[in-house]
Design a protein around this ligand. Structure first.
Ligand SMILES: N[C@@H](CCC(=O)N[C@@H](CS)C(=O)NCC(=O)O)C(=O)O
Length: 220
């Protein structure tokens, strides 16, 4: 059976849960307490040198890290990842966009906001907040008059970007003046009945801790 190394408040893992739900695939969850160093143990680093969830084990010893790589693996051969070379590249465009632009801005600001880390990151927070605003603006204009991010229809590109962007308000972003974005949330939600639950960081009493930036900074 598929095994997902997961941390419930992780929206990177949420993307994978979302697709597993679409595909009706059974899987076993292995909880990883990332704020207690469990993703930085030698055993975990052997699965993912970056020391982060999600990690999907598809067979004993065969593991995939990076949420969007996992999405590509699982979506292969389904409508969520087109086989046409151009259409597939357009889906990839948004997967790379999500990692490069959404993660360091909206996802990071939301994490710092929800776990009380804005002050300790005061030097970086304003720049990241501004970058998040630009991401929301460009998504708003891209989605005006479009159903989904890629023209092939609902795909893993939408799942990847939706995961953090639909919770941007928890990072202090204002979505009220962004109707195209909010309409897209509705369309994604309608494709995904029911959406997986989102878990707040507050379920983890250790989530106020800082995460190590580099694997060698691990304490365990
Ligand atoms: N680019 C990675 C990012 C994964 C990531 O940042 N995971 C966080 C949780 S959302 C984590 O496990 N952090 C633990 C750590 O860095 O020690 C992906 O998309 O999978």
């Amino acid at each position: 059976m598929l095994r997902l190394y997961d941390y419930l408040p992780s929206q990177n893992a949420y993307k994978v849960r979302m697709l597993l739900g679409h595909l009706g695939l059974a899987y076993e969850t292995v909880p990883v307490e990332i704020f207690q160093g469990e993703s930085r143990t030698p055993a975990f680093l052997a699965m993912n040198p970056a020391g982060a969830v999600p990690v999907l084990e598809i067979a004993p010893g065969r593991v995939i890290a990076e949420s969007n790589a996992i999405l590509c693996y699982l979506a292969e051969g389904t409508a969520y990842l087109p086989s046409d070379r151009f259409e597939r590249a357009k889906v990839m465009q948004w997967l790379f966009f999500e990692q490069d632009y959404v993660q360091p801005s909206i996802a990071t600001i939301r994490h710092w906001t929800m776990t009380g880390k804005l002050e300790r990151n005061a030097a970086q927070a304003p720049g990241r907040k501004a970058a998040g605003e630009r991401v929301l603006d460009l998504l708003e204009s891209h989605l005006a008059g479009r159903a989904f991010l890629a023209d092939c229809g609902y795909s893993i590109a939408d799942m990847a970007v939706f995961a953090y962007v639909h919770r941007a308000e928890e990072g202090g972003f204002d979505l009220s003046g962004r109707p195209a974005l909010r309409a897209w949330f509705e369309r994604v939600a309608a494709e995904s009945v029911p959406l997986p639950p989102v878990y707040p960081y507050s379920i983890d009493p250790y989530s106020h801790r800082s995460l190590p930036v580099e694997p060698e900074a691990a304490s365990s």
